[in-house]
Design a protein around this ligand. Structure first.
Ligand code: NDP
Length: 331
């Protein structure tokens, strides 16, 4: 039987305008980097997507290499879309990316027009889509002129294969250059996707200023530092956690859960409880307190984590004392 989405799905979610564009994104978006590949349960992936959509999450973030194996998250997403979400396509914002190594030979990696064009065609086929809403260049490529990469993004919009374009992992100077070229081409860059969490604050060193000055939205990834910023690892490494699963493709490993991190997480956890939140909710709220953030990209391994994380929206305001206390803990 076809899935019927909850009629209340738009009532509790906040939607924020993405930079200077006309596109609204949910304050919380769902990423499919892990837990949606062929090594994962398709049924669990289906339940997560339904739960997310029922909670007002309209934005789903993919990339050519998500899985494992690479490509399998897009393929699974395509199956679920076709089976359950067909009638909701116009209520969904679907993004994908290319930039990291995807296939062998000189045309399966980087930022050339040759690679990006072939990759986007493959992504559309895997997902069974005619177009994606946002297509990103996944990372800057020093071996390709930035003009070529940006011209490729502009081309995809003109071809109707993407409605909007964005960049990911670009440093402030590279981002400013990409944004300027795209503006000159007539296809504005509407969004930047950087890593940002309490444990990784590099975007505060100039990137957020560049984005604000240029009216470009910001959608941080790994806001929980892959699950570290939750109460999950307080009493050891659970066997069902991402760190214990050795998934590869950049997933957190046990040796990254250091004693220093645990000490900080313990202190942050006490503060979160005093705010009436759990640590995951406080870590998400801490990012969303900044008006320059359009949406925060969560990853989940089970549907309950969607509901738990979204509850952060009940309190995204921090007192100056709380901000100071967090800064001291993170020093
Ligand atoms: P997070 O930092 O949110 O980590 C997700 C993990 O945190 C989950 O798998 C789960 O771990 C744990 N978790 C989630 N919610 C809760 C909760 N409420 N309570 C306790 N634990 C929780 O994000 P990701 O690292 O997954 O990144 C999110 C998305 O960002 C990706 O899916 C992708 O779309 C994007 N991304 C983009 C990149 C880029 O280069 N542009 C790079 C990386 C990610 P567990 O599995 O152990 O249960």
């Amino acid at each position: 039987m076809n899935y019927i989405a909850s009629s209340k799905r738009y009532s509790d979610m906040a939607y924020r305008k993405c930079g200077g564009s006309g596109l609204f994104l949910p304050a919380i978006s769902l990423g499919l980097w892990h837990n949606f590949g062929f090594i994962d349960s398709l049924e669990n992936a289906r339940q997560i997507l339904k739960q997310a959509f029922d909670c007002g999450i309209t934005h789903f973030d993919l990339a050519n290499n998500y899985g494992p194996p690479p490509g399998s998250a897009e393929e699974n997403f395509g199956k679920i879309l076709k089976g359950e979400f067909g009638s909701y396509r116009d209520q969904m914002v679907i993004s994908t990316k290319a930039g990291y190594g995807m296939w062998e030979g000189p045309y399966g990696n980087g930022g050339s027009k040759k690679y990006l064009s072939a990759s986007l065609d493959q992504s559309l086929k895997r997902m069974g889509l005619n177009y994606v809403d946002i297509f990103y260049h996944h990372r800057p490529d020093p071996d390709t002129p930035i003009e070529e990469t940006m011209t490729a993004l502009d081309l995809f919009v003109r071809q109707g294969k993407a409605l909007y374009v964005g960049i990911s992992n670009y440093k402030p100077r590279e981002a400013a250059q990409a944004i300027r070229i795209l503006r000159e081409l007539g296809t504005p860059c509407i969004i930047h996707q950087p890593r940002y969490s309490m444990f990784d604050r590099w975007v505060e060193g100039g990137l957020l200023d560049v984005l604000e000055e240029n009216h470009v939205g910001c959608i941080p990834f790994s806001p929980l530092a892959q699950g570290l910023l939750s109460n999950k690892y307080l009493a050891g490494i659970p066997s069902e956690s991402r760190a214990a699963s050795h998934r590869g493709n950049g997933a957190i490993e046990e040796d990254q859960i250091t004693q220093d991190r645990i000490n900080k997480i313990r202190k942050l956890n006490v503060l979160a409880e005093a705010r009436g939140q759990n640590l995951a909710q406080m870590a998400l709220a801490w990012i969303l307190k900044d008006k320059r953030i359009t949406s925060v990209l969560i990853g989940v391994s089970k549907p309950e984590q969607v509901v738990d994380s979204i509850a952060c929206l009940k309190n995204i305001i921090f007192t100056e004392d709380e901000i100071d206390e967090i800064n001291v803990i993170l020093e």
